[in-house]
Design a protein around this ligand. Structure first.
Ligand code: FCB
Length: 460
């Protein structure tokens, strides 16, 4: 199996998870600063005030990317470094920082893939409800214009929004992520405004001819736990919740009726936050689709049970002993292949960049000072192979960004889950390339999946 010569091999991070320096260069507070400061919100009590110290150590990060021979890097611009008060004043020191960063990537021959909203909305926007309020759309457009003015002449790939479903679900329905809201109605509104903001941002970005724009969706193949019709229906319905609710309007089909009915039933009210004309303003504004893939959902039928379980489906997980990452996710590369093929067939042959894929493996330096993360090597091998199979079946995949370049601040889980190709010692900031980083460098260098460097133990 060999990948096209211009295939983009890269790695991904986001600003809040790696930068630290939260009070430097005029940055304003973001919703994640406020959330992480609440006792108990982040496992282990950690915050992101230092994280990987990448706001200061960025030249070292770029050296790492170059040393690994990666041709692309997906990073995000911290919204509250650019518009510290959420509206109005633009902070030039923030723009200067990202301009230096992008120019250095370009000097090193690394293609920048820039994410605008990777969850760190300025806290000031909570006065209007954050994403649950419609004013968020104009605020996002201001942010987009400011960054585009400075960087759209040289950054080719732009991601407007990262994982709308996770923002709606964890941020506004379950309250497990910033801003910690627990309200189904607010959650539907937030998801809708995130999509509307994608549309508004894409309209701005598409006035720059060389720019390609898309959202990054975390897509979760939903499969029935048993051959029962009821479980098949539950899997399809849950696909409406996580996947089609976002894909369909983005591709000009409007919100899917089946899921709209589930929401209206659960809320006992029409979805009047979706106003006439909104679906048109979301539709057909993507040059590519960013796909974040981690695992699949194994589903069974269930009775709705009030606010905790408002829908007639339930995640039951796979039966029996399956390979899992250290955070319990089933490792399911075949579902990744099938997802990429499905997107190609059902969504107009859309070009895809895999904007995230990876797994938690807790390996740390061992007797020889190295990190032998053999299970991440296996995960990489199996997912890159699955992607190659999807491409052989026609899927138009242009790039693969492993999550993550570095171990980093994993939101409400703090520093425990390690996702990096590169290990970070959080007390010293020292970066050490793991075995998986070397293995990935070989993939990037050769455009093929090399023979395994070490025996692989798939079961952790
Ligand atoms: C995704 C997020 C990313 C990171 C990975 C593990 O949901 O986009 O920031 O947390 O999961």
């Amino acid at each position: 199996m060999s990948f096209p010569a211009d295939f983009l091999w890269g790695a991904a991070t986001s600003a809040f998870q790696i930068e630290g320096s939260l009070d430097v260069d005029g940055r304003g507070p973001s919703v994640w600063d406020a959330f992480a400061a609440q006792p108990g919100a982040v496992e282990g009590g950690g915050d992101a005030s230092r994280a990987c110290d990448s706001y200061r150590r960025w030249p070292e990060d770029i050296d790492l990317i170059a040393d690994l021979g990666l041709g692309a890097y997906r990073f995000s611009v911290a919204w509250s470094r650019i518009v510290p008060e959420g509206r109005g004043r633009i902070e030039m020191r923030g723009l200067d920082h990202y301009e230096r960063f992008v120019d250095t990537l370009l000097d090193r021959g690394i293609v920048p893939i820039l994410t605008l909203n990777h969850w760190d909305m300025p806290q000031a926007l909570m006065a209007d409800g954050g994403w649950a309020g419609r004013a968020s759309v104009d605020a996002f457009a201001e942010f987009t214009s400011a960054v585009a003015d400075r960087l759209a002449d040289r950054v080719p790939w732009w991601i407007t929004q990262n994982e709308p479903w996770i923002i709606a679900l964890l941020g506004y329905r379950l309250g497990l992520h910033a801003p910690g809201v627990r309200d189904l109605r607010a959650s539907v509104a937030a998801g809708h405004h995130v999509l509307l903001a994608h549309g508004a941002g894409a309209d701005i970005l598409r006035s720059y001819p060389q720019v390609k724009v898309g959202p990054a969706l975390n897509l979760l193949p939903c499969v029935p736990a048993t051959p029962d019709d009821a479980d098949a229906a539950a899997a399809w319905a849950s696909d409406g919740y996580c996947n089609r609710w976002f894909l369909d309007p983005l591709f000009g089909r409007g919100y899917p009726d089946d899921m709209r009915e589930h929401y209206e039933r659960a809320l006992g009210a029409p979805l009047d936050m979706i106003r006439p004309g909104d679906e048109d303003a979301i539709a057909d504004r993507l040059d590519f689709l960013g796909v974040n893939y981690y695992t699949r959902r194994v589903m069974a039928a269930a009775e709705p049970e009030g606010p905790q379980q408002p829908f007639p489906w339930r995640v039951v997980g796979p039966a029996g002993d399956v390979p899992r990452t250290d955070d319990g996710n089933e490792i399911a590369p075949a579902a990744f292949r099938d997802l990429l093929i499905r997107l190609h067939r059902e969504y107009d042959g859309i070009p895809v960049i895999v904007t995230e894929n990876g797994g938690v493996f807790g390996d740390t330096p061992t007797h020889d000072g190295r990190i032998h993360d053999v299970r991440r090597v296996a995960l990489l091998r199996d997912h890159v192979t699955a992607m190659g199979e999807a491409m052989a079946a026609g899927a138009d995949v242009r790039g693969y960004m492993h999550w993550s370049l570095l171990d980093n601040f994993e939101w409400a889980l703090g520093y425990r889950p390690r996702f990096g190709l590169v290990h970070v010692d959080y007390t010293t900031g020292t970066r050490t390339v793991k075995d998986s980083g070397r293995f990935y460098a070989e993939i990037a260098r050769t455009g093929t999946v090399p023979p395994d460097p070490a025996p692989i133990t798939p079961f952790g």
